[in-house]
Design a binder for this molecule. Structure first.
Ligand SMILES: [Zn+2]
Length: 353
């Protein structure tokens, strides 16, 4: 008869909307699709990983990072460091739910612990780990060596810190580091290229996926297991402060930037890494600069439209060069394809401006 459960209507308390409870406790909820998320009170969560479920007959939380979670009462206990009794008392008072047997004392939420920064705390990869890999032995540089002077290839390899990595039984994967303007390494993209000059796919990436070394190293334990990597970094971003007066060229793939730098070294070439990374937060480092944008043939329309909304950021000039130069039947033609085609037929590439 004296069980603590009898003082509170726990069924009703656990039925109070868990997102409303989180809000009253001062959480900033984040909505992803139909789900709401907040920072997990069971671990030092820097990035909301606790999902709040509020479907019919279900009003609970679960953390996809540490695996913990529970009911509304469990959440309040963990969030505030309260006993079961204290959590039930606060919920009853806060939401006006009558206790089966009222008790006297109502706790107040404690001040929020200072362990939740607004920005996720990104993991940056030590530069030594990048420096160890820098080498022209990788598959893409091997291809470039056949088209450009070796000293020039060595130079861009140093500039962009291009590396060589062994994986999947091949020892010449190409490593493209994303280094930000503060010189911090955000992540490293790894891809393999066809090195057979007689193949029509020569200097093109092999079918299949690219890899991100940050995640590979986190899995292997070389970086913290819960590392969060920043994806909003341009390839070549670290070169922008180094060449403050240079005209910038913005392209999609890092490979395009390397071909561009070799073909037109007087320009500073940077790459978004993918079509969808043409976003304001990614392009912020270009602020105030003169930027020629050379989208791949299949992205000209989309990129032109997107950049129309960013005229305040930089002086963007979008070029349809890849459309003008593309042979029939090559919808994915890019600036690297153009430069490669010129060199293979002993023609001098004309400037894409
Ligand atoms: Zn957690």
């Amino acid at each position: 008869m004296n069980s603590r459960h009898e003082h509170f209507d726990t069924q009703r308390l656990n039925a109070i909307s868990i997102s409303e409870v989180a809000r009253r406790l001062g959480d900033n909820l984040k909505r992803t699709g139909t789900l709401q998320k907040t920072c997990c009170p069971w671990h030092d969560d820097q990035h909301p990983s606790l999902v709040l479920y509020e479907r019919t007959n279900e009003n609970r939380c679960h953390c996809f990072s540490c695996g913990k979670g529970g009911s509304v009462i469990d959440y309040v206990m963990q969030h505030e460091g309260w006993t079961f009794q204290e959590a039930c008392q606060w919920l009853s008072t806060e939401f006006g739910i009558c206790n089966i047997q009222a008790t006297s004392h109502t706790p107040h939420p404690k001040p929020r612990p200072k362990l939740k920064p607004v920005e996720p705390a990104y993991t940056y990869i030590p530069m030594e780990m990048v420096d160890e890999l820098v080498s022209v032995e990788n598959s893409l540089c091997q291809c470039l060596m056949r088209m450009f002077r070796p000293e020039a290839v060595e130079w861009i390899c140093e500039e962009y810190r291009i590396g060589c990595y062994s994986m999947n039984n091949q020892d010449d994967y190409t490593v493209f580091p994303n280094i930000d303007r503060q010189g911090r390494v955000c992540n490293l993209k790894v891809q393999h290229y066809n090195t057979d000059p007689s193949s029509e796919h020569f200097a093109h990436s092999d079918q299949g996926c690219c890899y991100w070394l940050g995640s590979v190293w986190a899995r292997e334990g070389r970086l913290p297991k819960d590392a969060q990597f920043r994806s909003s970094c341009l390839f070549g971003e670290h070169l922008l402060p180094r060449y403050p007066d240079s005209m910038i060229v913005l392209v999609e793939s890092p490979k395009n930037a390397l071909f561009g730098s070799l073909g037109f070294p007087e320009l500073t070439w940077v790459a978004t890494g993918s079509k969808v990374m043409l976003k304001r937060e990614v392009l912020e480092p270009l602020r105030g600069r003169d930027v020629i944008v050379i989208p791949d043939r299949d992205a000209i329309e989309e990129w032109t439209k997107t950049l129309r909304g960013m005229t305040d950021l930089a002086n963007f000039t979008v070029s349809d060069f890849c459309l003008q130069q593309a042979p029939e039947g090559q919808p994915k033609f890019d600036i690297a394809d153009y430069i490669q085609a010129c060199l293979m037929s002993d023609k001098r590439p004309s400037a894409p401006t």
